[in-house]
Write a protein that binds this ligand. Structure first.
Ligand code: PLP
Length: 379
């Protein structure tokens, strides 16, 4: 079906950059450097200076970024097999796959209904003597970071790893004990994804690790390159998880526009907020005194028993919607044996959430029109 407002049209996302992308691709093609080299190094420098994280390592994708961080901490002797990593129950499955892949135990914690991110008031009781880290996920682009999280992490000497796949460019705004800082530079290490649908998307798979820890940076870089510290000398049983120069070149074109892209997302979110007005539709919180949101997704809630009908009626109106995510990781078949406490908010919201179009491809006026359709929708 040809929708007037598709959920996300990646061709339209990249159209404004097409000439520059072609020129960058040609530069790589003619360079003769197809693994590593100046494009990757330049992109790593750009990303480090943008986020303020001293070390940036380009890697193959967002899942690998998180896997490499956790594996590196194991090689460094910080984590051991079976150690527990706390994560928010409402996340994309990649956050959890990274934890289990490293031989660590994922411990889901329920979310705060307003932010849809981890409920930091539940952190203290989730910590055991095996807990070594908290993976905080800035889901839908909203920074998941507060004083409680920092306090619990400090008290129990936990590493804080950010899953920053959806939140590049988002900041903490608090003037409290820390200054405004970019997501990705808040914790001990962060994984970024440049999957094509993300706010800054490559033209294929790509990702990055950010950290202020030089030893971690060195270990991640080595693990991503067969575990070698110099040519043909392998100190770890590593992987091949490098960032391709062609994707680095694409990302060098797009990264400088991230703040403008995120500002456009904010404007569309504001148009939704100003337009949509009905009792049975709950909108995401628009502002938070402490943290920023870069609106990777605009996630509304409708009554669970009418969500299917809502999405069908929207499609009839020519508007694409999606669900992020219908089945939380702990309810996926692959985690059937995962032990966990009650995750009632996550499970309830999973049946109510619907994502509206928010990416490039719809204008602010389009968002207002979509909002008007929702106001009169019979579902
Ligand atoms: C996209 C995403 C990932 C994984 O990134 P890939 O590049 O697709 O591997 C991890 N976590 C979250 C929250 C994501 O949205």
């Amino acid at each position: 079906m040809n929708l007037k407002y598709p959920f996300l049209d990646l061709g339209r996302v990249n159209e404004p950059y097409a000439d520059e992308l072609v020129a960058a691709a040609e530069r790589v093609i003619r360079s003769g450097r197809y693994i590593g080299g100046p494009e990757v190094e330049a992109f790593e420098r750009d990303l480090s200076s943008y986020t303020g994280a001293p070390f940036a390592i380009g890697v193959s994708n967002g899942l690998d970024a998180l896997r490499l961080i956790l594996r590196a901490y194991k090689e460094m002797g910080v984590f051991h097999d079976g150690d527990e990593v706390i994560y928010p129950a409402n996340t994309y499955i990649a956050s959890v796959l990274a934890i289990s892949d490293a031989g660590l135990t994922p411990v889901p914690v329920d979310i705060d209904e307003r932010t849809m991110n981890i409920d930091t008031d539940l952190l203290e009781q989730a910590v055991t003597d095996r807990t070594r880290a908290i993976m905080t996920v800035h889901l839908y682009g909203r920074v998941s970071w507060d004083d409680t999280l920092v306090r619990v992490a400090r008290r129990h000497s936990l590493k804080v790893i950010e899953d920053c796949a959806q939140a590049l460019g988002a900041r903490t705004l608090s003037a409290g004990f820390h200054e405004s800082r970019y997501a990705g530079a808040l914790g001990d290490a962060a994984g970024i994804s440049f999957y094509p649908t993300k706010n800054v998307g490559a033209l294929g798979d790509a990702g990055a690790v950010l950290t202020h820890d030089e030893e971690l940076a060195r270990t991640v870089r080595s693990l991503a390159n067969y575990g070698s510290d110099r040519r043909y000398h392998n100190i770890y049983c590593g992987f091949n998880c490098r960032l391709d120069p062609i994707q680095a070149a694409m990302l060098r074109v797009k990264l400088p526009h991230i703040n403008a892209e995120n500002a456009d997302r904010f404007a569309r979110a504001l148009a939704y907020r100003r337009t949509i007005d009905r009792q049975d539709v709950i909108l995401p919180m628009m502002t938070n005194e402490v943290n920023d949101c870069v609106w990777h997704q605009y996630v509304i809630r409708v009554p669970a028993d009418r969500r299917g009908s809502f999405m069908r009626e929207m499609e009839k109106e020519g508007i694409g919607t999606d669900v992020h995510y219908a089945v939380p990781p702990h309810l996926q078949p692959c985690y059937a044996t995962l032990a966990h406490g009650p995750l009632t908010v996550t499970e309830r919201l999973a049946d109510e959430i619907v994502s509206l179009p928010i990416g490039t491809g719809i204008s602010v006026a389009d968002a207002a029109e979509i909002g008007a359709v929702i106001n009169r929708l019979d579902f």
